[in-house]
Design a protein around this ligand. Structure first.
Ligand code: GLR
Ligand code: MG
Length: 419
């Protein structure tokens, strides 16, 4: 089955002012929707980042893939690798670790691989989960992903989520998400306030939600010493501490002293990072993310490899839409090693989506695997057109949390470590 045509469409959707170590989310988040059409008339969907440097690579790769067979995964990967050449695409926010050439190929390949799996599932009349080994769970648990946030973007009215700048605000936000979606785990995006204030936030969440596993993720802005201190202060409270400090060496030093496992989506972000991280015992949990680990199949292999070495698995998320949520759900449903609730930004998108409603829903904090063949989601062409127009008009071409933050706090620094 040959690829006849590929359409690449950048989109933008409203994003609340979520605070993190890199600054604050801009009013618009960017994504790219990929549609692969075969000579038999089947269409597959993929979703990836919308930053212009990446988008350019995705567009170039799309041209290189036309005429290839959707079943020849290795040929498709090789064609993307040739198309990428020596390019290394970096993110301005720095929240998903170092950029390497291999990671660049993996992230450009990912949306095409997902789209081809969607096609293969449709051709076989089977959901993608069945192409990844079959389901080990019918629904994938996600965590309530909390952020410190402003009440609204400066100069705009307060948004539907309100402010969260102290423990009370966090508990209120968590209550909203837990009540609305039924989440049974909670993650707090940290790296925003002085570490012990964030530890107070975690303690408030522990009091309010005694049965919910809790995670804290300051995106590597703490020193080794601070990380150990906070880790000890939260002994018995955290399920895991995510990327407290930078780099495999730093994480290994913290891991040797902190009482809880360390997790990462920053220091192990490409296959070459695995051996040193395992050797140094730097991490206990890897947050896999098919968007930069080369798609669903490669992510599944990495997960199995990690499990062999005693590393547990969770899943990382950036702001995303329903194509990605469907892909993440199929992957986690088919991967026994993903035993921790996965991250998702879905609640922050407040219903904006490029997929038709109905196929994806939360039940008790988990997303049931979509029933239909392939990914089980349909593109909403009207929504796609609206979001593409938003992209054209919004003026943002790359996610840049720091520059946006500096418009309001000119001295804001992304120095690491900050504390
Ligand atoms: O777990 C993480 O490190 C992330 O989710 C990174 C994201 O970019 C998150 O910090 C965000 O959306 O601000
Ligand atoms: Mg993280």
């Amino acid at each position: 089955m040959l690829i006849r045509e590929i359409t690449v469409t950048p989109v933008a959707f409203r994003d609340p002012p979520l605070l993190n170590a890199a600054g604050v989310h801009q009013p618009w988040a960017l994504r790219t929707v990929v549609e692969v059409v075969t000579d038999e008339g089947l269409t597959g969907l993929g979703e990836t980042y919308g930053d212009l440097d990446h988008l350019d690579e995705v567009r170039r790769a799309a041209t290189a893939l036309v005429g290839l067979d959707v079943y020849r995964h290795n040929d498709l990967y090789a064609a993307v690798a040739r198309s990428v050449g020596d390019a290394v695409v970096t993110d301005r926010h720095g929240l998903i670790g170092a950029a390497t050439r291999e990671k660049t190929v993996d992230r450009v390949f990912s949306p095409f691989e997902v789209a081809c799996l969607d096609i293969k599932g449709k051709a076989a009349g089977r959901p993608v989960v069945d192409l990844l080994g079959g389901r080990v769970r019918d629904a994938v648990p996600y965590s309530a992903y909390l952020f410190y946030k402003w009440a609204g973007h400066p100069g705009e009215a307060e948004d539907a989520f309100g402010a969260a700048l102290d423990p009370e605000g966090l508990v209120e936000q968590a209550r909203l998400f837990v009540d609305r979606y039924g989440f049974r785990s909670i993650k707090l995006k940290g790296g925003v306030l002085p570490p012990m204030e964030e530890a107070d936030g975690i303690r408030a969440l522990r009091d309010a939600f005694p049965g919910h596993p809790l995670r804290l993720d300051p995106n590597a802005v703490w020193s080794v010493e601070t990380s150990i201190e906070v880790g000890r202060a939260l002994d018995g409270v955290l399920e895991y501490l995510e990327d407290p400090t930078e780099g495999i060496d730093g994480m290994a030093r913290v891991a040797a002293e902190a009482p809880m496992p360390l997790a990462t989506n920053m220091c192990v972000v490409t296959p070459g990072h695995l051996a040193p991280a395992i050797e140094r015992r730097a991490i206990g949990v890897l947050l896999i993310d098919h968007h930069y680990w080369g798609g669903l199949l490669r992510s599944s292999h990495i997960a199995t490899l990690c499990a062999t070495f005693g590393i547990e698995l969770s899943m990382h998320s950036n702001s995303h839409l329903g194509i990605s949520l469907a892909a993440m759900t199929h992957l986690a449903a088919a991967t026994p090693a993903i035993t921790h609730a996965c991250d998702t930004h879905t609640p922050w998108q407040a219903g904006q989506d490029v997929v038709a409603p109905g196929a994806l829903r939360f039940v008790d904090g988990a997303v049931p695997v979509p029933d239909g063949p392939g990914l089980g989601v349909e593109l909403d062409r009207d929504a796609l057109a609206v979001m593409n127009e938003q992209y054209e008009k919004c003026g943002i071409r790359a996610r840049d949390d720091a520059t946006y933050m500096r418009a309001f706090e000119p001295s804001f620094s992304t120095r690491r470590p900050r504390w």
